[in-house]
Write a protein that binds this ligand. Structure first.
Ligand code: ADP
Ligand code: ASP
Ligand code: MG
Length: 437
């Protein structure tokens, strides 16, 4: 069985919902993961933000605007009056729920409950449209099987057992529709897999079920060799190794959720990136194969802070690095890049929630300096150290740009460089010109 995920733009209007329905309705049994309609999750974030700022009136205005849009979508989507009315009833219930939530005080939990509504709406709308077409379709609620553990990691045994049971219970349907992004936590509360998390939902389902293929359908013809939002003339990469794709996703290629490739890789399920706007385009296949001797793509991750600890006294002492890393661990802050010298070490983080506590503790071990508003540029491909010349090409491309850190040799697949966020566009463009011209 294949798992197909359609992102926000792919279901972003009634016409798009009709196009997606036509695309998935080909007689082959499949599981279809849907995002919220594009813009909806951002509006829901805005609603939560107004509640946080104790401005329920503004929150209600956003809800009213959203409701107006959705009611119009219903008019355009259905010809069957009873399915249209059924959908209206469901949407009215969701908007009433949102209005009621504006009377509550803000908590992170309240925000998660609000954010979950977008996927609940889109999946119900598309399922009812497929019912109108006479398709044998079943909506399976993600909240019945998708769960994260106390560390926010997917609870794979639970997901596997529950989705398998649900599918067995509802055997015989042609299409199974489910929500991306949303899940429950260990307390049973509504939670989510972070922004962009619908990709993760699809990959988790594909991995636990040992699917034939996971397809991520979006608004572009696969993974491009550089970020098309910043670099003109990027082109699609037709094949990526799981590790290359995982690095690109983690280091900023927005087409994939940062951690969605890992489960597919462990399960050995290929992932195909396809374009809803041009379904016959070949897209990108992500699998176990490794194309030798080529650099594939470049990505960039913003909002990076570099932290340098200089300590001539301590660095060579046994256990210094352990102490430094422990400080990040106890403050639950993941480290992205590390470079060391005999007298100092620099690390980068993207989550600065505990930065003050981290720097306070690091000061026990040396002089601490931070550089904010930095950006990791990640070059991905066959970068085994025996491949002469690739690192030279990369540094030559950046010869006009101040580079704060370089990390090479950590894996066979990547070179990472830290530059100022202000230099990101120039760095990406120079790399494209040097590596892919
Ligand atoms: P969806 O809503 O379908 O999940 P996203 O907006 O999350 O879609 O991801 C698709 C977008 O990712 C593209 O429109 C493109 O602007 C952006 N993007 C960033 N880097 C890349 C890349 N290397 N290749 C392709 N798209 C990329
Ligand atoms: N709707 C969610 C978001 O906008 C999840 C997703 O689209 O993948 O982040
Ligand atoms: Mg996305």
């Amino acid at each position: 069985m294949k798992i197909l995920k359609f992102g926000g733009t792919s279901v972003g209007s009634p016409q798009r919902m009709k196009d997606v329905s036509a695309l998935i309705n080909d007689g082959e049994t499949k599981i279809v993961v849907l995002s919220a309609m594009s813009g909806t999750t951002n509006s829901l974030v805005e609603i939560a933000d107004y509640i946080k700022k104790r401005n329920p009136e503004a929150a209600n205005n956003v809800i009213n605007k959203l409701r107006g849009m959705y009611m119009q979508h219903v008019e355009e989507l259905y010809t069957d009056t009873s399915l249209a009315e059924q959908t209206r009833k469901l949407l009215r219930g969701i908007f009433l729920h949102l209005h009621n939530l504006t009377a509550c005080s803000y908590t992170p939990q309240l925000e998660k409950e609000i954010l979950a509504q977008g996927e609940l709406m889109s999946t119900n709308m598309v399922t009812n449209y497929l019912l109108e077409l006479g398709v044998k379709v079943k909506l399976i609620p993600a909240l019945d099987y998708m769960r994260i553990d106390e560390n926010g990691e997917p609870d794979l045994p639970y997901i596997k057992q529950h989705i398998a049971e649900i599918l067995k219970q509802h055997a015989g349907y042609d299409l199974y529709i489910t929500q991306g992004f949303i899940c429950r936590n260990m307390k049973g509360e509504t939670d989510n897999l972070q922004r962009g998390g619908s990709d993760y939902t699809a990959c988790l389902i594909g991995a636990v079920l040992g699917a034939e293929e996971i397809q991520i359908w979006t608004d572009i013809d696969g993974m491009h060799n550089n970020d098309p939002r910043f670099v003109p003339g990027t082109t699609p990469v037709r094949q990526l190794n799981f590790e290359e794709a995982a690095e690109l996703a983690y280091f900023g290629a927005k087409i994939l959720h940062p951690t969605c490739i890992q489960p597919a890789r462990y399960a050995g399920v290929p992932v195909r990136l396809l374009n809803t706007m041009d379904p016959s385009a070949p897209g990108t296949i992500i699998n176990n194969q490794m194309q030798r001797g080529t650099i594939k793509a470049v990505a960039a991750k913003d909002n990076i802070t570099a932290i340098k600890i200089v300590s001539s006294r301590m660095l060579l002492a046994t256990g210094f690095l352990r102490k430094v890393f422990e400080i990040f661990e106890t403050n639950q802050t993941p480290i992205d890049m590390v470079t060391t010298s005999e007298v100092g070490v620099t690390l980068t983080i993207d989550n600065t929630a505990h930065l003050a506590a981290i720097t306070e503790e690091l000061k026990k071990y040396g002089t601490v300096e931070t550089d904010e508003n930095m950006c990791i540029i990640c070059v991905v491909g066959d970068l085994r150290w025996g491949n002469v010349g690739f690192e030279t090409l990369v540094t030559e491309a950046l010869s006009e740009i101040p580079v704060r850190m370089i990390s090479y040799g950590g894996s066979n697949h990547n070179i990472s460089l830290l530059v100022r966020e202000a230099d990101k566009k120039a760095a990406l463009c120079s790399l494209s010109a040097k590596l892919f011209a």
